[in-house]
Design a protein around this ligand. Structure first.
Ligand SMILES: [Fe+2]
Length: 418
């Protein structure tokens, strides 16, 4: 038995945004619009809202969202009383919009609902209608049922999660990703890879997520470099599709140790989620394969082999070929190393303890011991003592994060004044 859920409506394709802006009108006339600080890609949405004389409040965020940001912005949003939330941007922007759509109509604060560090109370009142418009091919947040938020006080990343939080409309227009710089493209693509990889080998896959993962890995493999290094438009479309498949996969299967460790490290390092998971991925794969071999898990080993076959276009490829593929891609895309963010200056003991409490790690196909997780961290750091000298970014307090990333809120109430 299995179930599969996704966003209510997906509109995919080049030019999808411009041709489907009228969907906003189905949900009312007042919009809480969430974007990143660079509003270039949000401009068609703003122009449409103005042309339609719709009432809107614009929240522009910088960086990844944290719980205090959501609480402060929800207070403003509750006064504004929007009919819907529209988020246009990368995964962080979509997560912020998704969290606001859920929190604004519900009583209490975020800690009542958030998992692991909060009370995990189920969302009672249905979230506001939510329209997700990704401008990067990365997290697939347009089709996931959770919003990842940093908890400053606990120094971990946790999720606000509910099937009710799936977007009402996901508008996936690959043209919005055209021209994205090489590093942002590369780390987004590798976030997609880690979603597809972890969901494919996780402890709870199903035939539909297997299909989704295999197709996602195939598209990612054939288009990764052309999209990220040459900005090839056809390849960009493949990557947007693969990112969406990655989101579908993790919503309906599970994750694993790369995301488990990332939820702990992400609250302690000022490093993008995508870089953390991508850099952890090959080490987690190797540990899982070693554990699978020692436990005679042929089913799991055959999944790793199939993944290697897809990534190398060689049906007989050895498992190690798949792991080497990841390492080569990381190097060619020049993703930063975690030692650049001072990973060694974190307490590996605390990181592993926090990771073991995460929801993601429970999806790992084989439980990894504390010692093996510590070993992964040592592998991923490999700094030979250089790391601790560059640890200025470690352990940022939430107040500092808020200070540097307080959302900018502007309100257009022309409709109210009419
Ligand atoms: Fe991820």
């Amino acid at each position: 038995m299995f179930q599969f859920m996704t966003s209510t409506r997906i509109i995919f394709g080049e030019g999808a945004l411009q041709s489907s802006l009228s969907v906003f009108n189905q949900f009312g006339y007042s919009v809480l619009l969430v974007s990143g600080q660079n509003m270039d890609r949000a401009r068609p949405v703003i122009e449409y809202l103005k042309a339609q004389n719709m009432r809107y409040q614009h929240v522009a965020i910088a960086g990844e969202p944290n719980i205090t940001m959501v609480e402060e912005t929800a207070l403003v949003g509750r006064k504004f009383k929007p009919d819907m939330v529209v988020a246009i941007g990368g995964g962080s922007v979509l997560d912020m919009g998704k969290a606001l759509a859920a929190i604004i109509p519900n009583q209490g604060d975020v800690y009542d609902y958030v998992e692991v560090v909060g009370r995990s109370v189920p969302i009672k009142t249905k979230p506001l209608p939510f329209i997700a418009i990704p401008t990067t091919a990365s997290s697939g947040a347009e089709v996931t049922k959770n919003a990842v938020l940093r908890s400053g006080q606990d120094q971990v990343k946790v999720s606000l999660r509910s099937p009710e939080m799936l977007a009402d409309v996901a508008i996936v227009d690959p043209t919005l990703t055209y021209g994205t710089d090489r590093l942002t493209s590369g780390r987004g693509a590798m976030d997609t890879f880690t979603h597809l990889m972890e969901a494919y080998v996780c402890g709870d896959p199903n035939p539909l997520t297997d299909m989704v993962c295999e197709e996602g890995l195939r598209r990612l493999n054939r288009s990764l470099f052309a999209a990220c290094l040459e900005d090839d438009y056809k390849a960009r479309s493949d990557l947007s599709f693969a990112a969406m498949l990655g989101g579908m996969a993790i919503t309906n299967a599970k994750l694993g140790a790369a995301h488990g460790l990332a939820s702990a490290l992400g609250g302690k390092l000022d490093a993008p989620h995508s870089v953390i998971t991508a850099r952890l991925a090959p080490h987690v794969m190797r540990e899982n394969v070693v554990a699978a071999e020692s436990q005679g898990r042929k089913d799991l080993l055959s999944r790793y082999q199939k993944m290697a076959a897809i990534l190398s276009d060689d049906p007989k490829a050895a498992i190690e070929v798949g792991i080497t593929w990841v390492e080569n891609v990381l190097n060619r895309l020049e993703l930063p190393q975690l030692r650049d963010f001072g990973v060694c200056a974190t307490s590996f003991d605390t990181v592993v303890d926090d990771a073991l409490k995460s929801v993601a790690i429970k999806g790992n196909p084989i439980p990894l011991t504390k010692e093996r997780l510590m070993f992964i961290l040592k592998q991923v750091c490999d700094c030979r003592g250089e790391c601790e000298t560059s640890s200025a970014s470690v352990g940022l307090a939430e107040s500092q994060l808020i200070h540097s990333s307080r959302p900018r809120v502007t309100t257009n109430t022309s409709k109210l004044n009419n």
